[in-house]
Design a protein around this ligand. Structure first.
Ligand code: 1CP
Length: 343
């Protein structure tokens, strides 16, 4: 049964709930021994993402240990390129690989018509989670933001400098705009279908937002996020969207002014007093350094309390400033959750 009292949802609707709700980005994953067991039986990483039995199981694993207030469906931002028919695979120990999209022909071959069918299991996963998570837990759907997804689609995997992506973006902005527009349209349809399947809240991950500045940040980070959030708000007015233009620095302010999202996720470099005063009316989420959660001890607790002191009285979601790291000790996570819940 879904309870009306979901602290994470209430917070994103603007209430300064205290103690703040807590969940962790990438809370399912390799720091959990039980994840490694399921991962080993599921086959390829993409098979894990597209197998409802396994994906539901790994989504529930961190909830069983830590009773987080939010449950993020287990999936990956590369589900959108996969759904568009781009060839995506995960090379063991190397990360994601894709057959790059760099030409008119490759762009024309992407196929929105077959999208929902290719990602169909994701909607099944959300539906099953809706009925299996505790009633007070908020179910989070997600997607990558267009700029970040485009870097993977063009580079063919992870990148340090995004050299091919940026070169194409500046040499052929019309082509790049067509790719971004396709990702915007697909992402709206994808997230909307996640809501129809039962997601309470959505998060857009723009993990590589800090690669752009000036007008390029406005055009390729702010504008696509704004269009997606506006379209989702029109279709699902009560569903809050959290945006995460990671490491965008002072550009967080321009982003906040122009993107009508309910929540902003902050990376560890964002000063919280500045965020509270300038990004203000929005609910803020973050921003513990994931390496502090690996380090543990007094340093961890001092920082966790500093974050709490800065954000008390404001709608705030306790989270990391980026995904949890595989080396994170389980008892550090338990100590973090106990500390936040003691406030
Ligand atoms: O070996 C394994 O088990 C695969 C590791 C892994 C996992 C656990 C990958 C490959 N993706 C995931 C799951 C995942 N990815 C989630 C799970 C839900 C949860 O939080 O429990 C989420 C939200 C993502 C989102 C994601 N994937 C992002 C955005 C968030 C972020 O961390 O910046 C990005 C950039 C990706 C791409 C990706 N997928 C996987 C890897 C190793 C990467 C990053 C590669 C890179 O650094 O470029």
């Amino acid at each position: 049964m879904v309870s009306p009292d979901r602290p994470l949802l209430r917070t994103l609707q603007g209430e300064a709930v205290w103690p703040p709700p807590i969940w962790l980005m990438r809370q399912a994953g390799r720091y959990l021994p039980e994840y490694k067991v399921t991962r080993a039986t599921a086959g390829q990483f993409l098979d894990l993402c597209l197998s409802p039995d396994h994906a539901v199981e790994v989504t529930l694993q961190p909830l069983r240990r830590y009773a987080f207030d939010g449950s993020i469906m287990f999936s990956d931002i590369l589900m959108v390129p996969h759904g568009l028919g781009q060839t995506v695979w995960f090379a063991e120990g190397e990360g994601p690989k894709l057959l790059p999209v760099r030409t008119d022909e490759a762009l024309a071959a992407l196929d929105l018509a077959g999208f929902h069918q290719r990602v169909g299991p994701v909607y099944d996963i959300v539906r099953r989670l809706r009925s299996q998570i505790p009633g007070t837990t908020t179910l989070i759907g997600f997607a990558g933001a267009p700029w970040t997804v485009a870097t993977y689609m063009i580079e063919g995997g992870s990148s340090r400098s995004y050299e091919t992506t940026k070169s194409l973006m500046w040499q052929n902005p019309d082509w790049f705009q067509r790719l971004i527009d396709l990702i915007v349209e697909t992402t709206v349809a994808y997230l909307s279908a996640q809501v129809s399947a039962g997601a309470d809240v959505l998060q857009l991950f723009d993990s590589w937002a800090s690669a752009l500045g000036g007008p390029a940040f406005d055009r390729w980070v702010i504008d696509p996020n704004r269009r997606i959030v506006k379209a989702l708000k029109a279709q699902h007015p009560t569903v809050p969207v959290i945006c995460f233009p990671r490491a965008a620095g002072v550009q967080y302010q321009r982003f906040a002014d122009q993107v009508p999202c309910a929540g902003l996720s902050l990376d560890p470099t964002v000063p919280l007093d500045w965020a509270r005063d300038t990004l203000g009316p929005k609910c803020l989420q973050g921003n513990l350094d994931p390496i502090l959660l690996v380090a543990g001890g007094e340093a961890l607790m001092t920082e966790v309390r500093r974050i709490g002191d800065a954000m008390r009285g404001h709608p705030f979601v306790f989270n990391l400033g980026h995904g949890i790291l595989p080396n994170t000790p389980l008892d550090h996570v338990a100590a973090l959750v106990a500390e936040v819940r003691s406030w």
